[in-house]
Design a protein around this ligand. Structure first.
Ligand code: RBZ
Ligand code: NIO
Length: 342
């Protein structure tokens, strides 16, 4: 399979419609651009409403947590997975607010979660991914299994009628592999991509930078290959998230990206399946420096910049109303020629 082709004729028609609306040229700013993107990815001008939004939260633990890179212990991950199932995590609240459906999937949580519905862990790849500065996060077979799992989850959502997909993340320590993936994808050193994640102090930040630098050095030239990069520096949850994004692009279904984890996976998805990025829009800007560098590389400008640093897909979910507004504006605003009667 390859990435689906965006309908360029529809995108040009949408651009023309935007230019002809009863507004000064460019007055709708990024909402106008988002409307044009939506028309192109939907192959419909004016765009259709974005009614059915599905969020899949990929949960997994990371061996780097034992090496002082985050402000929280791994035991928080299974507790938060339970909060997702109960509907009380931040992204669940936003999803309800905006009428979107959210499911959480245990890809690599370091806990068997026996009290949760079996469907949550049905596709589980492993219990915890490796500490990336010491060893590969997983084998290439586990990476492949995770990619297939993510693709299957995208297929299920799309076959069920999704108009828009969002990938979310839950896993203490996951900003470390996400930054490492971005560093390796862009060829940027650890000092430029290391952020505070959940809020590490200065000592934690410098340990985290060292872990990422060592991981990048350990992976070396292998990281040029996207599968090897994911296996060496990512995690099974990040690989499943990447498979989800790749399949969305192959099926031609638009995606709203979230923070540093989501955008790290988008960069790898673009490498695995060139052209995927045409199906992605950026929901928000994270304070994590690696996320902005990755967005620049992908040529994406986020809709929101609220200082949010939660992950879970939350920044993308918060941007759903903006995408809906973009669609409504391009559909319902009068044409200037009609208003002027010419
Ligand atoms: C209570 C809680 C809820 C979260 N929801 C998402 N994250 C986010 O923060 C973590 C990544 O940051 P770091 O790499 O610094 O650990 C991940 O769990 C991510 O999903 C959370 C973190 C916590 C503590
Ligand atoms: O950018 C993110 O999505 C993010 C930042 C901090 C912690 N968790 C996620």
């Amino acid at each position: 399979m390859s990435a689906a082709q965006v309908n360029r004729a529809t995108a040009s028609a949408a651009q023309e419609r935007l230019a002809g609306l009863a507004t000064p040229p460019g007055a709708l700013g990024r909402l106008g651009e988002a409307g044009v993107w939506l028309a192109g990815v939907q192959g419909a001008c004016p765009p259709r409403p974005v009614d059915d939004v599905r969020i899949v939260v990929f949960a997994g633990d990371h061996g780097v947590v034992d090496h002082g890179v985050t402000a929280f212990p791994s035991s928080v991950t299974p507790l938060m997975v339970r909060a997702f199932v109960a509907g009380s995590a931040g992204a669940c609240v936003l999803a309800r607010q905006h009428g979107a459906q959210l499911r959480v999937v245990d890809v690599s949580v370091d806990d068997d979660l026996p009290d949760l519905p079996p469907a949550v862990s049905a596709g589980k790849v492993m219990r915890g991914s490796g500490a990336i500065h010491l060893a590969d996060a997983m084998t290439t077979q586990q990476c492949e299994q995770a990619l297939v799992l993510g693709a299957r989850l995208a297929d299920e959502a799309i076959d069920d009628g999704a108009d828009l997909l969002i990938g979310g993340d839950m896993g203490i320590g996951n900003t470390t592999p996400a930054a490492a993936l971005i560093g390796a994808s862009l060829g940027v050193p650890a000092a430029e991509i290391t952020g505070r994640g959940t809020g590490v102090d200065d000592a934690g930040l410098s340990r985290k930078e060292q872990v990422i630098a060592t991981a990048l050095q350990r992976a070396g030239a292998r990281a040029h290959d996207p599968m090897q990069r994911l296996s060496a520096l990512g995690g099974a949850d990040l690989a499943a998230h990447t498979g989800f994004l790749v399949r969305a692009a192959e099926r031609g279904v638009p995606v709203l990206l979230d923070g540093v984890i989501s955008v790290a996976c988008a960069l790898v998805a673009e490498d695995l399946q060139p052209g995927s990025v045409a199906w992605f829009a950026a929901g928000h800007r994270s304070p994590e420096p690696a996320q902005s560098l990755a967005l620049d590389k992908l040529g994406l400008v986020p809709l929101l910049d609220l200082g949010m640093r939660l992950g879970e897909g939350s920044g993308a979910v918060a941007a759903i109303p903006l995408l809906r507004s973009a669609s409504a504006l391009l559909t319902d605003v009068a044409l200037l020629s009609d208003v002027l009667g010419s």
